[in-house]
Ligand binder design. Sequence first.
Ligand code: GLU
Length: 448
Amino acid sequence: MSISQTIEKVEARYAHQPEFVQAVKEVAITIAPLYDAHPEYNTLKVFERLVEPDRIMAFRINWENDKGEVQVNRGWRVQFSNALGPYKGGVRFHPTVNQSVLKFLGFEQIFKNALTGLPMGGGKGGSDFDPKGKTDSEIRRFCYAFMRELHHYVNKDIDVPAGDIGVGGREVSYMFAMYKNLTHEYGGVLTGKGVGFGGSLMRTEATGYGAVYFLENMLAAQNDDIIGKTVLISGAGNVSLHAAEKVHMLGGVVVTVSDSQGTLYDAAGLNQEKIDWLKAQKAKSKPLAEYVDVYGGEWFAKQKPWQFKGDIAMPSATQNEVTEADAKLMVDNGITYVVEGANMPLTAEAIDYIHLHRVHYAPGKAANAGGVAVSALEMSQNSVRQYKTFEQIDLRLKNIMKNIHDSAAAASEQYGQTDNGYINYMAGANIVGFKRVADALVAYGILN
Ligand code: GLU
């Protein structure tokens, strides 16, 4: 079955899973030149196999809120591919979570993890549980209940979850405690654990810092650098605020962050003090808008950051946050680099528009791979029971991000996707990630 036939099959079978179809199509349209060069992929139906997860576990989570009322949520773990290592990918708690969202995230994760060059397969999990407005004891009870179900399917050598939207250090600790309690096993079954009980230094910073390291490599490829550049960032979570921190450390000027309520614009730029204030504010689940009372700037309710002038945009909130209209705004406002901190924040139409206008574009599976890369380093530190320093991990992260950049750029060139110095990172990243997985599948025969 050809790639286009596989797309048709996926579109027909999963018409009710639009995010998943979108993620599959993005990969499919870029790997055609690789497929042509490798007839064995077609013979062994590699793509047709990869669009179907190895398995999906769906379960119910019963828990009690603070009033003693019974609550019922849905939970899933999508084990997509373990061709390159144990299933690996985060857990998301958000009311928008469903099978389509988790399948798109799991599918992306296969290639992202492959791009890191580290031994990880791809998976994703989550629940439609909404952490917003919940007390700490409700979060704790939910995390315990979630792991009571999930522990049947995960293990340090089988499937290693971590955080994602709605799941950070606190939630990972609660889940780890329940796993330990149920299995009596102390190991690297989850990453993003607290430093001091199995976590890796720099895991918290890794996704945001890594995205900025990727950006530095993109700029260098165009003989440019970050100093003095104006950067628009969306989101105000772990990825956004650490991306902002690294941009600031390297001499760029971050003028926006945002949340579901609106956008904060500070023409003076975020400095470390302001970023620390934002981190503390978000940790307390308090409104971003209160920033203006402390540091000035302006609050734009219900608006996104793309209406402002800038050089670089880093959408780091959630999937499909950047529409074609937003992409037009970016181009009109002078953006020349778009680096995805989130997973699939640009719609397919937005990507087309960005490419058409030759804006340098880094897809999430390349640019935000730093988080999962440090998760892999956490797994290996857990296995050898020895821990690396912040500087050692930072250096590894820089090298990994450079390798991802350079290998994607080289593949774009090799497969005829680079046009007059304009690198197609989307094609390059998909080709490199897909090839690593496909070659393993070919070697395995028809198992997996
Ligand atoms: N959720 C993150 C991602 O999208 C991290 C996954 C992990 O560390 O396993 O890559």
